[in-house]
Design a protein around this ligand. Structure first.
Ligand SMILES: [Zn+2]
Length: 367
């Protein structure tokens, strides 16, 4: 399997964190399969559905009765899964290797002056000027927000070490491989590309990730047991992605066309009232959620999500509250907090990922 195929196999069409958008992962050339989330506690599910339906109705009085067309409301809706691939099986962990700090890194100051990070995950940020404009200051601020989120979970933080604006000649992912080719002596741990993505993938889903091999001799301080120690982690994120968008009907529609949800919005609950929040039209029952806590929290959370994915061995099954996650957590794969039943608050606090992924990042750090 060549590098290109391998890279595409790592593509994660992610980010719709347990309900407010669909989540999924795709392999080129493989059959896509849509499955529902395993139901651990049917009674609790029913209770969750009732609770959420009532909540929806409570902020929905002016727009009529909400109707459901999905039986898994309240839990993750559906995920696009892929055929198992050898590329996704964990490989042997490589031995520890020292990596000196690249000369000339322009580390941005951390906003967490009081917290000494145990490790810094250096990000080069590339803005695809053909998608949407993101200023250096905006990039700096959202990376700082992602830094805070990751620090709170792991003691490891993000730092923006470079900022590049470019219009791609061809595919968006070529921006990442070109960056690697032109910065062989000064490689970051990860490359964050703000873009709609190839085939509009990031615009549709929020973001996705891939890994790219670095030149021979490079060893990433953050070692993935799945992808090895010489990969550069790449996330393609849609900066302006609307969390819990309401009344648009489609991510590519710029202005709301109605005052209540439809077409899968608001966790597949039609008729939820839309309210103006964070500068766009949002499901009224989402405004108090963590992801809506700042205008850019969801983007920051998506950055954490995509850069943590490569540290899980199971692709989309490394998401929060999947069957694989539930089983692993029942077997104490991580000692982090994990509820018996689905918790939206908990899901968002883990950025939609299973808690063990954070442990894997910590274990994989080889300074
Ligand atoms: Zn994901």
């Amino acid at each position: 399997m060549n590098d290109w195929t391998k890279m595409m196999n790592t593509l994660d069409l992610s980010r719709t964190i347990n309900g407010f958008k669909s989540q999924g992962q795709k392999l080129l050339g493989s059959q896509e399969e849509v499955v529902g989330l395993r139901i651990r506690h049917p009674f609790l599910l029913l209770r969750s559905v009732l609770l959420i339906s009532l909540l929806a109705l409570a902020c929905n009085l002016s727009v009529g009765v909400a109707t459901s067309h999905n039986e898994t409301i309240g839990l993750a809706t559906t995920e696009v899964l892929e055929a198992p691939s050898l590329e996704q099986l964990p490989s042997e962990l490589p031995g520890e290797t020292l990596l000196s700090t690249p000369a000339g890194s322009q580390a941005a100051p951390s906003p967490n002056a009081s917290i000494q990070p145990i490790g810094v995950f250096k990000l080069a940020v590339i803005v695809d000027l053909s998608s949407e404009l993101v200023s250096r200051e905006q990039a700096h601020r959202v990376v700082a927000e992602a830094d805070q989120i990751l620090l709170d979970q792991t003691g490891i933080g993000f730092t923006m070490v470079d900022f590049v604006e470019i219009t791609p000649d061809s595919r968006v992912i070529d921006l990442a491989s070109d960056y690697i080719a032109t910065h062989p002596e000064n490689l970051p741990n990860g490359i964050l590309i703000f873009s709609f993505g190839d085939e509009n993938t990031a615009r549709s889903y929020g973001g996705y990730f891939l890994t790219l091999p670095a030149p021979a001799g490079f060893v990433n301080e953050y070692v993935s047991s799945t992808y090895g120690d010489n990969q550069i982690y790449v996330a393609i994120n849609h900066f302006g992605h609307r969390y819990a968008a309401c009344g648009y009907g489609d991510e590519e529609v710029d202005a709301p066309v109605q005052a209540s949800s439809f077409n899968g919005e608001c966790r597949n609950l039609d008729g939820v009232a839309c309210v103006e929040n964070n500068g766009y039209s949002m499901c009224c029952n989402a405004v108090d959620n963590l992801y809506a806590s700042t205008p850019t929290y969801f983007t920051a959370s998506s950055i954490v999500h995509e850069f943590l994915h490569p540290f899980g061995p199971n692709g989309v099954e490394d998401h929060y509250y999947t069957p694989t996650c539930n089983q692993a957590m029942a077997e104490e794969a991580s000692l982090r907090r994990y509820s018996e039943e689905f918790s939206l608050e908990e899901s968002e606090s883990y950025n939609g990922l299973c808690p063990y992924v954070y442990d894997n990042l910590e274990f994989g750090y080889r300074p």
